[in-house]
Design a protein around this ligand. Structure first.
Ligand SMILES: Cc1cc2nc3c(=O)[nH]c(=O)nc-3n(C[C@H](O)[C@H](O)[C@H](O)COP(=O)(O)O)c2cc1C
Length: 107
C-alpha cells in the first residue's frame, strides 16, 4: 500500500489489426494482452537490475469502470495491470524456486 510509484497499464484497441470475423478479432486482442505481459516483465527486470522492487496486480482488470473513472481515462482504455514500484524496505520473502522439470513439459 505504500509503494511510491503506481503505474496503471491499459490496452487501447486503436492500432490493432481489424478482422471481419470474431475469431481473429479475439485473437488480435489476446495478442495485445500478451504484449502487456511482455512490457511488464521487461519493466520488472529493468527495475530489479536497478534495485527497485516491483509487484504485479491484475486487480484493475476486475474493476475497469472504477479505474477509468478515478483516473479520468477514456472509455476506450482497458485497464490491464497495476505495477507497483519502489525501493524495498527490507529483503522481503525469497521463495524457493521450483525445478525446471516441474514447470516445463519437455517433449
Ligand atoms: C499476473 C499477476 C497478477 C497479479 N495480480 C494480483 C492482484 O491483483 N492482487 C494481489 O494481491 N496480488 C496479485 N498478484 C501477486 C503479486 O504480484 C505478488 O506476486 C504477490 O503479492 C507476492 O506476495 P506473496 O509472496 O505474499 O504471495 C499477481 C501476480 C501476477 C503474476
Amino acid at each position: 500500500m505504500g509503494a511510491p510509484v503506481a503505474i496503471v497499464c491499459s490496452l487501447e484497441g486503436d492500432g490493432l489489426v481489424s478482422y471481419p470475423d470474431q475469431r481473429r478479432t479475439t485473437l488480435e486482442w489476446e495478442m495485445a494482452v500478451q504484449s502487456v505481459g511482455a512490457v511488464l516483465q521487461t519493466l520488472f527486470l529493468l527495475a530489479h537490475e536497478r534495485g527497485i522492487g516491483s509487484c504485479w496486480m491484475a486487480a484493475p482488470m476486475y474493476c475497469p469502470d472504477i479505474v477509468r473513472q478515478t483516473l479520468s481515462l477514456p472509455d476506450s482504455y482497458a485497464p490491464q495491470a497495476l505495477a507497483l514500484l519502489g525501493y524495498p524496505a527490507g529483503s522481503g520473502k525469497i521463495r524457493p524456486r521450483r525445478s525446471l522439470d516441474a514447470v516445463v513439459d519437455f517433449r
